[in-house]
Design a protein around this ligand. Structure first.
Ligand code: ZN
Ligand code: ZN
Length: 407
């Protein structure tokens, strides 16, 4: 036995020497690494890690809403916002008050408000970073020192990035094509607000900016946010000139869905960062899921947010709607590839589903995302939002190929 082992060790040693010789030869010609199998190409197309697409939980919420701690809010108490979020079965919520209204001291205002609590909704910690160079959203599963981010708002981007990294927060660009658009470097952020408020049609500029960022190789999550400032006044006497907005733009217009590893605040933040995210018109509207089968075995093995090395063979993509769909209604799926229209498909049924096939280029970056239009879904608590969202039902984040994970 011992002798067998030593013989085997000698053979392995000989193979190592052969590999070393080959490496030396390739080093002269500028070749990259080479394994014991002698295949440099295999290293180049090494697969990227993809988490399970089934072990997890879908969670819905709103990532942009203002309470009475924002001075441009119509004295909207936190309890009313959380009450509506609970009533429409939100899983998580970020109350994102303007930090400049409290000179950065969010911790002793929004977060310390006795009403800042919920038994059923995961409350994230954050604020709308409100600066002369536009607005962003800072968020975290746990309290952090927001004052530090506020204090560097007018510094160079490189300094802001360092503070952001030290705080360990997720930073997102807000309403990038509207008033107070985010004008910092997008290298500071992990996501972009591509669907702001119930008025879907006002987001065309944000979508264009997002596609431009994606085409540049930045893997940035698209997310939603109602940016609601106005609750229902308790009495007509408490109404303000903007109270009329409450029945048109409120919690969940739109609703951002995330696929997290578990039901926790950290899982929500992680999903936002990795892009396993879709957006729906309101909390009752259907949710879109976008999958791909890389290996032609009939099984979906990727979802939106995932990034893979193409095999050079056709990939089957699947678009699915779930939840409160309108039976028999036709839903239109607009497929966008690398920022340009790629296909227009339709689907219907109880659980509408459609598939398409394409072969991503093995030598180039590419991404695919979908937008779904169809019959609107009623939102009884915020009835005026339905007409504002129109036919827009939901949009997905992209499925990515060949994106540099170290960009
Ligand atoms: Zn804003
Ligand atoms: Zn806002």
């Amino acid at each position: 036995m011992k002798r067998d082992l030593s013989v085997r060790a000698l053979i392995l040693r000989a193979l190592d020497l052969r590999s070393l010789a080959a490496c030396a030869l390739f080093a002269l010609t500028g070749c990259a690494s080479i394994g014991a199998g002698g295949s440099a190409a295999r290293d180049v197309v090494a697969p990227l890690p993809i988490a399970s697409i089934t072990n997890g939980v879908w969670m819905k919420g709103d990532l942009h809403i203002h309470s009475r701690h924002s001075k441009d809010s119509s004295n909207n108490p936190i309890s009313k916002i959380i009450g509506l979020a609970e009533a429409v079965h939100m899983d998580y919520l970020l109350i994102s008050d303007h930090d400049n209204h409290v000179n950065g001291d969010v911790a002793h205002n929004t977060w310390s408000d006795p009403e800042f609590k919920s038994k059923s909704v995961i409350l994230l910690y954050g604020a709308e970073w409100t600066t002369p160079r536009g607005h962003g959203t800072a968020l975290s599963a746990t309290p952090y020192d927001h004052q530090r981010l506020y204090d560097v708002r007018n510094d160079r981007d490189v300094k802001i990035l360092a503070v952001k990294k030290q705080l360990g927060i997720h930073l997102s660009a807000n309403h990038p094509a509207n008033a107070n658009a985010f004008t910092f470097s997008y290298d500071l952020v992990d996501s972009v607000e591509v669907w702001n408020s119930a008025v879907w049609s006002s987001n065309a500029g944000a979508i264009r900016i997002w596609d431009g960022l994606l085409k540049s190789g930045r893997k940035l999550t698209g997310r939603g946010g109602s940016d609601s400032h106005h609750g229902y006044p308790d009495t007509p006497a408490l109404a303000t000139p903007l109270s009329y907005e409450a029945p048109a733009n409120n919690v969940g217009t739109p609703t951002t869905w995330v696929f997290g590893a578990e039901r926790s605040g950290q899982a929500v933040v992680d999903a936002l960062t990795n892009g396993r995210v879709s957006i729906s018109a309101n909390p009752y509207a259907p949710r879109v899921a976008f999958y791909a089968s890389l290996h032609q075995d009939g099984r979906m093995d990727m979802m939106m947010g995932d990034n893979a090395r193409p095999t050079g063979k056709p990939v089957v993509f699947r678009v699915e709607l779930s939840g409160k769909t309108v039976s028999g209604a036709l839903y239109t799926v607009k497929v966008v590839k690398d920022g340009a229209p790629f296909a227009s498909l339709s689907m219907k049924g109880e659980t509408p589903m459609v598939e398409f096939t394409d072969t991503p280029d093995t030598g180039q970056r590419s991404y695919y995302r979908v937008e779904v239009e169809g019959p609107p879904t009623a939102y009884p608590e915020v009835p005026g939002s339905v007409a504002l969202s129109g036919k827009m039902v939901a949009l997905s984040n992209p499925i990515y190929f060949n994106f540099d994970p170290n960009f």
